[in-house]
Design a protein around this ligand. Structure first.
Ligand SMILES: *Cc1c(COP(=O)(O)O)cnc(C)c1O
Length: 388
């Protein structure tokens, strides 16, 4: 190791694009007005928020008034699920909430709270062996009493991509609101809400080289939501609080650049991804890829290794200069195997040895080469440690 740090955890967060920072910076310094104020300072800030909304709407192929800005992807998921479930109960007394156990905790924990605190019925959607919800499984689960269905676009832990258009169509036929957590997917895949056919879709800027602490929620026209936060009338009365102008500007600019450059970056990342997958499976005994081999995010690799302590492995990798993750970032330091892997049927012996390597725009062939040279050595050491 030559002392260079190699960041291979882009599913946890990405660095801020300097072009995004440059777009944000005037709204910290010169244009500090409150968008709700009447004077020129306020107008300047309001114009920036509305221009950001138009940019996002254009990329998502929807109307500007269908875009809400929030503080993060988690908040968008909360507003979508809780907001839609409560509104559905009010209008038609529906009571079932359907989510898969492989969803991000922003979705699963919100669904659990709806059941515990608000008397909804929670049904866990089964997944296939790649952690995807099939249309057959959804077809069997939905009924006239379903208040909301939530299926993520792409999985943060195992990279698998769901066929949203097909799932959403089943819900559309029965007039059931369909939400998708696209926080991971939006960084790499098409975000056209008309072809994806979703009613609600959550995004977060820091997964696509934007700032942390800002998100958006697409809400199809006519969808009823209960506000998540009450107060001022911002964001169509659904999300009170003075707009975070520089971050909203940064969100739009980061999404614009991401979509514009997607092909170039995805091609680069996918080559690195495929090299990691092939070589890890070939050189490391008792290793398995988690998630789908091809229907997965272009930058995403994830594995389980039998009889390995995933957290110990992460620490050894860190010492050697490689930043990776075992499952989701929230799990670090947690000795329990991931809920996602457990729900997919991996037993403890495999699930505790999980490793996620997610490359980014700036990852080089040399970074991957040196990672692939280091991993087998550490794996050997880790397995020897386990044995004594
Ligand atoms: C990161 C992530 C979230 C949470 O987004 P924040 O902006 O960090 O709150 C939700 N869902 C998925 C799939 C994610 O990857």
């Amino acid at each position: 190791m030559n002392g260079k740090k190699v960041y291979l955890d882009h599913a946890a967060t990405t660095p801020l694009d300097p072009r995004v920072f440059a777009a944000m910076s005037p709204y910290f310094e010169e244009h500090y007005g409150n968008p709700s104020s009447v004077h020129t300072f306020g107008q300047k800030a309001e114009a920036a928020v509305e221009s950001a909304r138009e940019t996002v709407a254009m990329i998502l192929n929807c109307k500007p008034k269908e875009i809400l800005f929030t503080s993060c992807g988690s908040e968008s998921d909360n507003l979508a699920l809780r907001g839609a479930a409560l509104a559905q109960r009010e209008t038609n007394n529906r009571k079932w909430v359907l989510v898969a156990p492989v969803e991000h905790h922003a979705v699963t924990h919100t669904a659990e709270q709806l059941a515990e605190l608000h008397d909804f019925q929670l049904e866990w959607l089964p997944t296939d062996k790649f952690g995807r919800v099939t249309d057959k499984a959804l077809q069997q689960a939905i009924c006239d009493d379903t208040a909301i269905v939530s299926v993520m676009y792409a999985n943060n832990e195992i990279g698998s991509i769901n066929d949203l258009a097909a799932l959403a169509e089943l819900c559309r036929q029965k007039n059931i609101p369909f939400h998708s957590d696209a926080v991971q997917g939006a960084a790499y895949l098409s975000t056209n809400v008309q072809t994806l056919n979703v009613d609600l879709m959550a995004l977060g800027a820091h997964k696509f080289y934007g700032p942390k602490g800002v998100g958006a929620l697409y809400v199809r026209e006519g969808m009823k939501l209960h506000p998540s936060q009450t107060g001022g009338g911002q964001e169509f009365g659904l999300r009170a609080g003075t707009h975070n102008v520089p971050y909203i500007v940064g969100f739009a600019e980061a999404l614009r650049i991401t979509q514009e450059e997607a092909e170039q970056h995805n091609t680069h990342m996918q080559a690195l991804r495929d090299r990691i997958i092939d070589q890890v499976l070939e050189t490391i005994p008792d290793s398995k890829l988690t998630g789908h081999r091809t229907e997965r995010l272009p930058n995403h690799t994830s594995f389980v290794f039998k009889g390995v302590d995933g957290n110990a492995l992460l620490m050894m990798l860190d010492v050697e200069g490689f930043a990776c993750s075992s499952g989701s970032a929230c799990k670090t330091g947690d000795p329990e195997p991931s809920d996602v892997l457990t729900s997919m049927g991996y037993d403890r012996e495999w699930a505790l040895g999980s490793l996620r390597i997610t490359v980014g725009r700036h990852t080089t062939d040399e970074d991957v080469e040196s990672f692939l040279n280091t991993l087998p050595v550490l794996m050997e050491r880790s397995r020897t440690l386990e044995a004594v």
